[in-house]
Design a protein around this ligand. Structure first.
Ligand code: IMP
Length: 193
């Protein structure tokens, strides 16, 4: 089976292909000669994941999946959520995004937050959805150099280090995306057999 992953990011494709058998081949948008990012104009993570998967299925008639991730901060009514990438503006600056979250949380006791990933999968027209959640809190000052996005201000529950103070393999074991991807992989391996 071939599956199109609705992403332009070759690392995301590689990460999933590495966990599958040769019977399932994961291809990217580049493999379809589709050069652009897909539209994400919905106001929920689910909406965006399905928007991208539906687009691929409708335009290319190929089995496919798509993901969307957001940081949900409890005291900010689950902001930035679906707007995580461009919270502080269209330039998508990780620093500016983190500073905006820290500013908005100044003086607030409740610093609970979670990352949430949604994966939308379409196989032969059948739709399946997978979710991964990582609970944690927003710390007061950035720590760590690893990772990307909001990693330096997010400390997962039960840890005294931020995501940016973990290497990728440690982060993947507990992260929202790691959990959602594991559910997808388990499903595909069962589907195959
Ligand atoms: P995407 O849906 O994977 O493109 O993620 C959207 C945005 O959420 C990214 O631009 C980051 O700002 C943020 N984000 C997603 N995953 C992570 C993560 O693992 N750590 C930190 N920030 C993340």
């Amino acid at each position: 089976m071939e599956l199109i992953f609705a992403t332009q990011n070759p690392n995301k494709v590689k990460e999933i292909q590495n966990q599958l058998t040769e019977n399932i081949k994961v291809l990217s948008l580049a493999d379809l000669d589709y050069p652009e990012d897909l539209e994400e104009t919905q106001n929920t993570l689910e909406g965006n994941a399905w928007q991208k998967a539906d687009f691929i299925y409708e335009h290319f008639n190929r089995n496919c999946f798509a993901d969307d991730t957001g940081l949900e901060v409890e005291a900010l009514n689950n902001e930035p959520g679906v707007y995580s990438a461009r919270y502080a503006g269209a330039e998508k600056s990780f620093e500016a995004n983190m500073n905006k979250v820290l500013d908005k949380l100044k003086g607030k006791d409740n610093r609970n937050a979670r990352f949430r990933t949604v994966i939308a999968l379409i196989i032969d027209g059948e739709k399946y959805e997978f979710e991964g959640i990582c609970e944690g809190e927003i710390i007061e000052n950035k720590r760590g150099e690893e990772g990307f996005g909001y990693d330096p201000i997010f400390q997962p529950k039960g840890y005294d280090r931020t995501f940016a103070e973990m290497d990728l393999s440690e982060k993947n074991k507990i992260s929202h995306r790691g959990i959602a991807v594991k559910k997808l992989i388990d499903f595909l391996l069962k589907y195959e057999s």
